[in-house]
Design a protein around this ligand. Structure first.
Ligand code: HEM
Ligand code: HEM
Length: 185
C-alpha cells in the first residue's frame, strides 16, 4: 500500500476517513445537543444521549486538530478550488474548520476555569480552584449558539454537495470525497 497523500484529482484514504468518521461522530454530537435542548431532563433518552456529549466533544476537538494538521500538510496536493465559486467553497471549509475547533474549545476552556475542576470518565483533567476564572468561562456562554450555527452550515454544505454538485452540475466533487474517482488508489 502506498504512502497516503491527497492528489489534485482526489482526496486520499486518511482525509476521507477523517471526513466521514468525523461527520458520523458530529451527527451523534448534534443528536445529543438536540436531546439537551428538546427533551425534559431526567427523560431516559435525555440521559442516554447527553451521557456522551462531553467525552465525544473532547475527542472531536483532538480529531479536528489532527485533521487540520493533516490538511495543512497536504494543502499543495489537494484538489484545487479555482474561480469565484472555488474561493467561496474554500472559505466555507475554513469556516467549518474554525467552528469545529472553537465550539469544543470554549467549553474545554470553561472547564479549566471552573472551581469544581473537571473529571473525564473518572480521570481528573483539571484540578479544583479556589475561585472561578471569569475570562475562561465567558466564551462558553456562546457554545450552544455557535454549535447550532455549525450545524446549519453543515446542512448547507451537504445540500451544496448533493444538490449543486451531484444533481445539477453532475461533477466529480462528491466522488473525490467518496473515493470512487477513477484516479483513486
Ligand atoms: C464539536 C463538538 C461539540 C458540539 C458540536 C457541541 C454542540 C453543542 C450544542 C449545539 C449545544 C446546545 C444544546 C442546547 O441548545 O441545549 C451544546 C451544549 C452544551 N455542550 Fe456542547 N458541543 C461540543 C463539544 C462540547 C464539549 C467538548 C463540552 C465540554 C467539555 C461540551 C459541553 C456542553 C454543555 C455543558 C452544554 C450545555 C450548556 C450550554 O449550552 O453551553 N460540549 N453543545
Ligand atoms: C458534520 C458533517 C460534515 C463536516 C463538518 C464536513 C466538512 C468538510 C470540510 C472541512 C471539507 C474540506 C475537506 C477536508 O478538509 O476534509 C469537506 C469536503 C467535502 N465534503 Fe464535507 N463535511 C461534512 C459532511 C459531509 C456530507 C454528509 C457530505 C455529502 C453528502 C459531504 C461532502 C463533501 C464533499 C463532496 C467534499 C469535497 C469538496 C471539495 O473538494 O470541494 N460532507 N467537508
Amino acid at each position: 500500500m502506498s504512502r497516503p497523500a491527497d492528489r489534485p484529482e482526489t482526496y486520499d484514504r486518511v482525509t476521507r476517513a477523517l471526513h466521514w468518521g468525523m461527520a458520523a461522530l458530529l451527527a451523534a454530537q448534534f443528536l445529543s445537543a438536540a436531546a439537551h435542548w428538546g427533551l425534559p431532563r431526567g427523560h431516559i433518552m435525555w440521559r442516554i444521549l447527553w451521557s456522551y456529549h462531553l467525552p465525544l466533544g473532547i475527542a472531536l476537538f483532538f480529531l479536528v486538530l489532527f485533521r487540520g494538521i493533516w490538511g495543512l500538510g497536504n494543502i499543495s496536493r489537494r484538489p484545487v478550488h479555482s474561480g469565484v465559486m472555488g474561493r467561496v467553497a474554500a472559505t466555507g471549509h475554513i469556516i467549518l474548520y474554525t467552528l469545529m475547533v472553537v465550539v469544543p474549545a470554549v467549553r474545554i476552556l470553561a472547564a479549566a476555569g471552573n472551581k469544581k475542576g473537571f473529571n473525564l470518565l473518572g480521570i481528573p483533567v483539571f484540578p479544583t480552584r479556589d475561585e472561578h476564572v471569569a475570562w475562561m468561562r465567558a466564551p462558553a456562554e456562546w457554545h450552544g449558539e455557535m454549535g447550532w450555527i455549525l450545524g446549519l452550515l453543515v446542512v448547507g454544505h451537504i445540500a451544496i454537495a448533493l444538490i449543486w454538485h451531484q444533481w445539477i452540475r453532475r461533477d466529480a466533487t462528491l466522488q473525490r470525497m467518496v473515493g470512487r474517482s477513477k484516479a483513486v488508489r
